[in-house]
Each structure stands twice: as structure tokens, then as C-alpha cells.
Ligand binder design. Structure first.
Ligand code: GDP
Ligand code: MG
Length: 234
């Protein structure tokens, strides 16, 4: 699966992503735009996970200057389908459980992270799922990530994590942002799951609905190219 990425520039209004431009628009290639958000207890490694996915080095500490940070990365799903992810990471507000409805709004996929060495972060998962149910539509795709598996003092087993995920109907992945284990899978699995759900919902390849605000950028650009040709030739 090939990828490309862009780091967000500081925005005048940090609650809104800038308008997105496709990084890769081939003829007949459909590129979908998905909003992905990260939630979970402070300190579990959300920012580390995003940064590793973006290809940055692991750091012991991260600082942030704006309320919520977002980054963009394109994934190639198959030869005719791509996904452009806008990935929102909190800037510490999760410490006070003050993530706004706006943060959850319109998210197509959610990465819920806990730390396998921190029992509290695992026990809090139920309340995070409640928060999702309150703030987001039911068919949002969710992946649970048990992070920091590189550490020896883990207290939550793989079976416990998997069992919790199965019980709640969400996907499950164990990762280490530090060692770079499974740092791409949560994002890729989410994108694949969102596309699968859209295909099931809308039938066949007719995936575009106004409601889901999914843009078929590739097709739109092709239409624009055709229009330009018409204008030039007549
Ligand atoms: P956030 O508050 O959920 O965004 O967590 P951060 O990404 O800021 O990480 C919190 C701390 O955990 C930092 O000191 C990270 O270096 C550390 N950390 C994050 N991921 C891992 C990991 O996979 N393994 C280890 N050993 N430490 C990690
Ligand atoms: Mg963070």
C-alpha cells in the first residue's frame, strides 16, 4: 500500500481543516476523503502513533501549540481507489474530557487507543465508547489499539484486548509506536472498513452520498478536464 503525506500548516481557524487537494489523481482513480480522529486517555501514545504513521521519528515527548492538530496522508487502497485521510489528534484536552462534539462530528473513522501497561486506560474504554455513541453516528468505523507492546510491564493481555474489541464490535490491533510495530495498520484497516461499509450501504460502486460528504475527487477532476477541453475546442 503506497502512501504520501503532508503536515498541517497552522490554521487561522484551528477547528477546521484547510481545503484538501488530492496528492495523487490518476485518470479513473477515485480518491475518497475521510476524517479520522484519535481518542483515549492522555499519555497512551496517540500523538506518537500519528507521528510514526506520518514517518517521523519516535520522540519521548511532544508539545503542541494549537487546540487540535491535524495531519493529512494519502493511501492507495487498490489500483483504482485511494483514500486521503485527515487525521485529527487532540492537544491534551482529553485529559479533562473536554473533547467537543465538533471534534467527533463528521468523523468517518475513530482510533481508540489504550496503553497495555496501564490498566486505568483499559478500564476507561467503556466510557470512551459511550462518548462516541453520544457524539457520532452509529456506523462510524472504530479500531481499538493496544499500544506500547514493546514494554515488559504489560498488564493487559492480548486476549483481554481482543475480547473487549469483539464484545463491542470494533477492530483490534496491538502496536508499539516506539518500535514502529503496526503503526500503519490502524489507519489502513479503518480506511478499508469505511470503504467496505460505504459499498455495502450504497450498493456496488455507487459510493457517493451527500450525507457522507465523500468526494470522488478523481472523477470530479476528470469532469473538469473534459469541460476544459470542450471550452478550448468550441
Ligand atoms: P498521548 O497523550 O496519548 O498523545 O501520548 P504521547 O504520544 O504524547 O505519548 C505519551 C508518552 O508515551 C511519551 O513519553 C511517549 O514517548 C510514550 N510512548 C508513546 N508510544 C509508546 C510506545 O509504543 N512505547 C513506549 N515505550 N512508549 C511510548
Ligand atoms: Mg497527544
Amino acid at each position: 500500500m503506497s502512501t504520501s503525506n503532508t503536515q498541517s500548516e497552522p490554521q487561522k481557524d484551528s477547528t477546521k481543516p484547510s481545503s484538501t487537494k488530492p496528492h495523487e489523481v490518476a485518470l479513473n482513480k477515485t480518491i475518497y476523503q475521510f476524517k479520522i480522529i484519535l481518542i483515549g486517555q492522555s499519555g497512551v501514545g496517540k500523538t506518537s502513533l500519528v507521528n510514526r504513521f506520518m514517518g517521523y521519528e519516535f520522540q519521548e515527548n511532544y508539545t503542541c501549540t494549537i487546540n487540535a492538530d491535524f495531519k493529512m496522508k494519502s493511501l492507495s487502497i487498490d489500483p483504482s481507489t485511494g483514500a486521503e485521510l485527515t487525521i485529527w489528534d487532540t492537544c491534551g484536552q482529553e485529559r479533562f474530557r473536554s473533547l467537543t462534539r465538533q471534534y467527533y462530528k463528521d468523523a468517518h473513522g475513530i482510533i481508540l487507543v489504550y496503553d497495555v501497561t496501564d490498566e486505568k486506560s483499559f478500564k476507561e474504554l467503556d466510557s470512551w465508547l459511550d462518548e462516541i455513541r453520544i457524539n457520532n453516528k452509529n456506523d462510524v468505523s472504530i479500531v481499538l489499539v493496544g499500544n506500547k507492546i514493546d514494554l515488559e510491564n504489560r498488564v493487559i493481555t492480548k486476549e483481554q484486548g481482543k475480547q473487549f474489541a469483539d464484545k463491542n464490535g470494533v477492530m483490534y490491533i496491538e502496536a508499539s509506536s516506539k518500535d514502529g510495530i503496526n503503526v500503519e495498520s490502524p489507519f489502513e484497516d479503518l480506511a478499508n472498513d469505511i470503504i467496505k461499509k460505504l459499498r455495502e450501504k450504497n450498493g456496488g460502486d455507487n459510493m457517493e452520498t451527500e450525507e457522507d460528504k465523500i468526494k470522488k475527487i478523481g472523477e470530479r477532476n476528470e469532469i473538469e478536464r473534459q469541460r476544459e477541453k470542450e471550452v478550448r475546442c468550441c
